[in-house]
Ligand binder design. Structure first.
Ligand SMILES: [Zn+2]
Length: 286
C-alpha cells in the first residue's frame, strides 16, 4: 500500500534544494516549451533572489513565484516548503514560535509566513447537501482575562456528514447572518438541515427540510438528529487555540478558522494535503 504520509523524509527527497522547489513550481504552472519553439531554463544566478526562467530563443522571462506568497520573500524556498510541510501536518495548528525554532528564523519571519499561508486558504464555494449539520460557536479571545469575553467572536460552521465543512467568523449571530451563511453554503435540494432549535433560523431556513434538537431542554440527540460533528469541530478548535496559539485576536481569527476548515476538508491523507496546499499557494493571487 502506498504511504499517505508526508514528512521530513519525503520533503527532503522531493525538494532537496531551492532549485528543486523553483523547478517544481515552474513545471507545475508552465511548460518548458515556449510557443516560439525555444525552451525555458532557470537563469544563472536565478536560484535565490530572481528565481527567473528564460526562453532560449525569444528570451522571454517568466518568474513562477510572481504573485504568490513566496515572491517578495528573502526566505529560501526550501524553508518555505518545510514550513508548508509542518503546517500541513499540524492538525492542532502551528505556532510562530515553534516554527521560528524549527527553521532558525526570527519570530517575525515565522509569524509572517504562517499568516500568509493561512490567508491563501480560501474556502470552496461549492454548496453542501445531504445531511448537513449547522451550528454556531463562540471562539477566540486574548490572553488578558478581562478582555477574554468581549474578544470572543461568533463563528458559524456547517458540516456535510461524510463530506466537507464550511465555517465563517460573523459580526453577530443574528438572523441575517444566519441567512447569509446558510444560503451561501447549503443547498435546499436533497438536503436535511440539522440544527439546534435556535429561533434565529425560524424565518430564514424556509425551503429547507429542517430538523432540530433542543439544546436548551437538554436534548442533544434524537435518532440521527444531532450536531455532534460540528460540536467535535468546536472543541478541536478551542483546544487547539488554547494549546498551540494561547490566544487569537478577532482580527486574525478568520485565518485560523480557514486553516482548521482546510485541515478538516483534507483530513484523509498527509501527502494529498501537502500537495493540495502547495497547489493552492503556487497559484498567483488575484
Ligand atoms: Zn520563446
Amino acid at each position: 500500500m502506498k504511504s499517505t504520509k508526508y514528512g521530513l523524509t519525503s520533503l527532503r527527497k522531493q525538494f532537496p534544494t531551492d532549485r528543486a522547489c523553483i523547478e517544481f513550481m515552474f513545471d507545475a504552472m508552465h511548460g518548458r516549451k515556449c510557443s516560439c519553439g525555444g525552451s525555458y531554463s532557470l537563469m544563472k544566478n536565478g536560484e535565490r533572489k530572481q528565481r527567473t526562467f528564460q526562453c532560449s530563443m525569444c528570451r522571454n522571462k517568466i518568474s513562477p513565484t510572481a504573485g504568490t506568497i513566496f515572491h517578495k520573500s528573502d526566505t529560501p524556498l526550501v524553508l518555505w516548503f518545510h514550513a508548508l510541510m509542518v503546517f500541513s501536518n499540524a492538525k492542532s495548528g502551528m505556532s510562530a514560535s515553534a516554527l521560528a525554532r524549527d527553521l532558525e528564523v526570527t519570530y517575525k519571519t515565522a509569524w509572517r509566513m504562517l499568516t500568509l499561508i493561512r490567508k491563501g486558504l480560501k474556502q470552496s464555494e461549492d454548496v453542501l447537501h445531504g445531511d448537513v449539520e449547522l451550528d454556531s460557536g463562540y471562539i477566540g479571545g486574548t490572553a488578558k482575562q478581562k478582555e477574554w469575553k468581549r474578544n470572543k467572536s461568533t463563528v458559524f460552521a456547517a458540516v456535510q456528514r461524510g463530506g466537507e465543512m464550511r465555517a465563517e467568523v460573523v459580526r453577530d449571530g443574528g438572523a441575517k447572518a444566519h441567512k447569509n451563511f446558510l444560503w451561501k453554503n447549503v443547498s435546499t435540494i436533497d438536503t436535511r438541515l440539522i440544527t439546534d432549535k435556535t429561533n434565529k433560523l425560524d424565518n430564514v431556513a424556509i425551503g429547507y427540510d429542517r430538523h432540530s434538537v433542543d439544546h436548551s431542554r437538554g436534548e442533544y440527540v434524537r435518532g440521527d438528529i444531532h450536531v455532534n460533528n460540528v460540536e467535535t469541530f468546536w472543541s478541536h478548535v478551542k483546544r487547539s487555540i488554547k494549546g498551540t496559539h494561547k490566544a487569537v485576536s478577532p482580527k486574525h481569527l478568520d485565518g485560523y478558522i480557514n486553516a482548521f476548515v482546510w485541515h478538516y476538508n483534507n483530513r484523509h491523507s498527509d501527502s494529498e494535503r501537502f500537495a493540495s496546499l502547495l497547489g493552492v499557494l503556487m497559484q498567483p493571487a488575484n
